[in-house]
Ligand binder design. Structure first.
Ligand code: TRP
Length: 443
């Protein structure tokens, strides 16, 4: 990330580019499938529009006011140390996300390589599932690909070539978008695909419980990269005259469209080819190759698609790691062991190799002791982030602006508006509070 963005569109593309990632294409479909479809999506959209917008604006503004990373922004804006815990929650959240995000980025790289060697040719649904299961049982292979993803990301930061990657992604991300649109159209006309679309868009409200609402909210914030201090850092790089409201709204629309497109591709395929919606994290990886088998030049399209998915994933991992690097540099500055950028990159890469290895060992069944509350570490990390760390981060950020920061700090910006304060003061904290407490059975 540069110190400041030269153009307004630059901020949008950077924020949206990092936001649009595996969350929309991989996590969204499988979580929707686990939570029963249409009704869940409505809650997801409502959360994105009602809470997402003020929360994104809020984080951008905290960053814009302080010009700092998440480590010192809260202190800088409030003038006290009392909000330092927020920085640590944000850091922990990013750390845990990276512990499974690289695993899945590794899957994308592996699937690209497999597609290029035509490994999926002629495979039906059962065979594709078996293919993934076999892969999931091979911890060393999975680890190699996760390490490849980590090293690629770390190299970009080490050699400072983010600019080049950003320029590249400005061409490749729209290409990914176009392919998604074409695939969604293709799927809409598929025999048996309409059942999937009905599953996606016809709500069955009996499926809604407080846990489902919490999941939907967490997933919405995850795909928008809200509640983890990321956008605070982006806000710090914004040109002074950038319109925060417009940028935030555009970001939400982009993320929503990509997530829904992913759903419109995956679910018709689930029903047409005989997969199970609640299959879990492998859903995207088993259904998409099945879709490609029935499209123009399966090997080529499949390779290009997973290649572009790698780009989407890597632009996100670069931002995630960049935020951690900025944080570590900031936090160690002035201590007895200050770390410079290069040292921070190495430290974080090593930590990530360890945490990803633990997740992989745990999910491949190679280490049964590596489980928390009956779940493997990969699933546990996902749940921890979506259901606890992100809601707490978002709640904290709303309370911070709503109640703690003197209103005069926001003079001249939109935050001073009545509506914005009511939303951040009351609506967001009360709603998140109720959803949160209700789902852990406190109320
Ligand atoms: N929003 C990203 C996605 O949909 C995932 C993500 C969460 C992320 N937090 C982030 C990306 C921070 C970059 C930076 O895949």
């Amino acid at each position: 990330m540069e110190k400041s963005f030269s153009s307004k569109i630059g901020v949008l593309l950077a924020a949206a580019g990092s936001a649009v990632g595996l969350g929309s294409i991989w996590k969204f479909p499988y979580v929707v499938g686990e939570n029963g479809g249409g009704a869940f999506i409505i809650v997801y959209i409502v959360c994105s529009l009602i809470f997402g917008l003020p929360l994104i604006m809020n984080e951008f503004l905290i960053g814009k006011l302080s010009g700092r990373s998440a480590y010192s922004a809260y202190r800088e804006v409030s003038g006290t140390n009392r909000w330092q815990w927020m920085s640590w929650i944000n850091l922990l959240c990013v750390l845990v996300i990276m512990s499974f995000y690289f695993v899945v980025t590794g899957w994308c790289v592996y699937y690209m390589v497999e597609a290029a060697s035509n490994a999926f040719a002629g495979m039906d649904a059962r065979a594709l599932e078996a293919h993934f299961d076999a892969f999931e049982g091979r911890a060393p292979v999975m680890l190699v690909y996760a390490v490849i993803a980590i090293v690629m990301t770390a190299s970009v930061l080490w050699f400072d070539v983010n600019k080049g990657i950003e320029r590249l992604s400005k061409i490749l991300m729209p290409l990914l978008f176009m392919i998604l649109v074409l695939m969604a159209i293709h799927m809409a006309f598929l025999d048996g695909g309409s059942v999937g679309l009905r599953y996606l868009f016809a709500p069955d409200f009996s499926k809604i419980t407080s846990k489902v609402i919490l999941e939907a909210m967490g997933l919405s914030f995850f795909t928008l990269s809200v509640g983890m201090g990321i956008l605070v850092t982006y806000g710090g790089y914004m040109p002074k005259d950038q319109n925060v409201t417009t940028t935030s709204a555009q970001m939400i629309v982009l993320v929503l469209i990509v997530s829904l497109l992913a759903g419109m591709i995956v679910f018709p395929a689930v029903f047409a080819y005989g997969f199970t919606p609640s299959q879990g994290p492998e859903l995207t990886f088993v259904t998409l190759p099945a879709v490609f088998q029935h499209m123009f030049s399966p090997m080529l399209t499949c390779t290009v698609f997973f290649g572009l998915m790698c780009v989407a994933a890597i632009t996100s991992t670069i931002s995630l790691m960049e935020v951690m690097v900025a944080f570590v540099c900031d936090a160690t500055a002035g201590t007895r062991h200050p770390l410079n950028r290069h040292q921070s990159v190495v430290v974080i890469a090593v930590i990530q190799i360890v945490t990803n290895a633990l997740c992989i060992l745990s999910m491949t069944g190679n280490a049964d002791w590596l489980s928390v509350m009956g779940r493997n570490l990969f699933d546990f990390a996902n749940i921890l982030v979506t259901n606890i760390l992100i809601p707490v981060g978002a709640l904290g950020a709303a309370l911070f602006t709503g109640w703690f920061v003197p209103k005069t700090r926001y003079q001249g910006s939109r935050v001073s508006s009545f509506l914005y304060l009511i939303v951040l003061r009351w609506l967001v904290p009360v709603a998140i509070g109720i959803i949160f407490l209700d789902s852990i059975n406190v109320i």
